[in-house]
Ligand binder design. Sequence first.
Ligand code: FDP
Ligand code: ZN
Length: 297
Amino acid sequence: MNKITLEKHLKSADSDISKLILLLAKNSIKINKAFESQYNYTSSKNCYGEQQIALDKFADSLLIKEFEKSRLVKTVASEEQNELIEIMKAKGEFGVTLDPLDGSSCVNSNLAVGTIMGLFDEGNVMEKGSRMDAACYVIYGPLTSLVYTAKNGVHEFILNSKKEFVLKRENIKIPEGKIYSPGGLRKEFFPKHLKLIEALEEKEFKVRFSGSFAADFNQLLYYGGIFSYPAVKSAPQGKLRLLFEANPMTLIMKEAGGEGINGTENILELKPEALNQRTPLYIGNKKSIELVKKYLR
Ligand code: FDP
Ligand code: ZN
């Protein structure tokens, strides 16, 4: 069988979008390599007061530098940065959102983590997610894999020993399955969310929550079900970030036939008010999101 590389597959997408996805792919190999030496904690914290590991900073500065060099990108919004980065010398108009290392608290215990990217071809990352033109994530697990959509379906690639990303699954659709990944502390749940969790348990959904959103999301594309990080008493806006996590993953989920909502509203229709805005997130197949709507309304 002829292997289809990421490069070849991207021929059908817009050429600048292809270049940026390939740029992420190339640099994800460097990030992966850096795990061997940079898995330790640093003394610094990010703008959310979360402890950073050296790799958070490494992945963040590597990717920002590469986007700058590409000349295609005008603005970068990164989860590890307080402010929007404006690139003066850019020729292109792209806006990029970046979660350089999602789930980094899982690095210590050697669980899979990821990098998440969203692309807006007109530079405005503060637009609704529905205006995004492409989204992509890389998983660093037993294998390194890359999943992308350029609003052309969802496609998954695996990194081989020749440093090529080779097509594994094309036009992925989320299955009906019954996995659930319930983020947050149960004693902090609001009653409606608790009822939803009880309903999922009643329907024999099985818990699988790793603490790394990208990895938990990735398994939904294999087994089906739902990931939730709800509003909780100590964090009424939830934990996940709209621009860096919820938006790109919801675009991918939508292309895979599923949905992402904040409980009542479609994630992709929320107009961001702040760069670091958080949102409750329910993301998964249509059937489980229907259940969320029933219990959260
Ligand atoms: P992390 O802080 O390690 O980057 O939003 C970040 C995130 O991880 C998600 O990847 C993950 O789903 C969630 O936080 C886990 O939060 P808890 O530690 O509260 O379980
Ligand atoms: Zn994250």
